[in-house]
Ligand binder design. Structure first.
Ligand code: E4P
Length: 219
């Protein structure tokens, strides 16, 4: 499973990229707002940190506007992925960009039918939002299972399932069990993945015992 980080925070991206465990980055207009920085500058900087796919979202709602914005964003770097909303015009733009061999991430997906449309439109990635469905008392993980099942019936669909709006490690591990291709994870949740109280406790005991051996590894 590929791990993307869902942030426009450059320092977080650098820290996570240094682990060698990061496969890409997703951004959205709200994350750009949080960064307080210029959109084009931030995407350019992120693309200089990672060779992985970096999603940059269009703002236009009409096909022509989306295509113009996509052209500008795609020119930033070869690893820019054009993020498009799951609307009529968004999928029309997705189809055109996929024919032109431009990578796309169709975002704001909340139903299996929408995901099927994105697959037909040749999306590189479909982003179903698990957490936002849970927030309104729908089962977000069930949507992931449905999409993975549907896509697996049709070998001609090569759209990757990118699990989005992840709020906790369980969203991630359950999606991985279902065979989702990618997860885009907020930095806070990525840091949570490393932690377990028994790891901390075990390490404390090992170090206390080691101390009593009076040895050093590097003499
Ligand atoms: C996905 O690409 C979105 O940026 C993101 O996962 C949305 O998450 P949120 O529901 O926590 O805002």
């Amino acid at each position: 499973m590929k791990f993307f980080v869902d942030t426009a925070d450059i320092e977080e991206i650098k820290t996570l990229a240094d682990t060698g465990l990061l496969d890409g980055v997703t951004t959205n207009p709200s994350l750009i707002k949080q960064s307080g920085r210029d959109f084009i500058e931030v995407i350019t900087e992120i693309c200089s940190i990672t060779n992985g796919d970096v999603s940059a979202e269009v703002i236009a709602l009409d096909f022509d506007g989306m295509m113009k914005e996509a052209e500008k964003l795609a020119a930033i770097a070869s690893n820019v992925v054009i993020k498009l909303p799951l609307t009529f015009d968004g999928l029309k733009a997705c189809k055109k960009l996929s024919v032109d061999n431009v990578k796309t991430n169709v975002t704001l997906c909340f139903s299996a039918a929408q995901a099927l449309l994105a697959g037909k439109a040749g999306a590189t990635y479909i982003s179903p939002f698990v957490g936002r469905l849970d927030d309104i008392a729908f089962d977000g993980l069930q949507l992931i299972e449905d999409i993975v099942t549907i896509y697996s019936q049709y070998p001609d669909i090569d759209t990757q399932v990118l699990v989005a709006s992840i709020r906790n490690p369980i969203h991630l591990t359950e999606s991985a069990k279902m065979g989702a291709d990618v997860a885009t994870i907020p930095p806070k949740v990525i840091h949570q993945l490393f932690k377990h109280p028994l790891t901390d406790k075990g390490l404390e005991t090992f170090l206390a015992d080691w101390e009593q051996t009076n040895q050093t590894i590097l003499a």
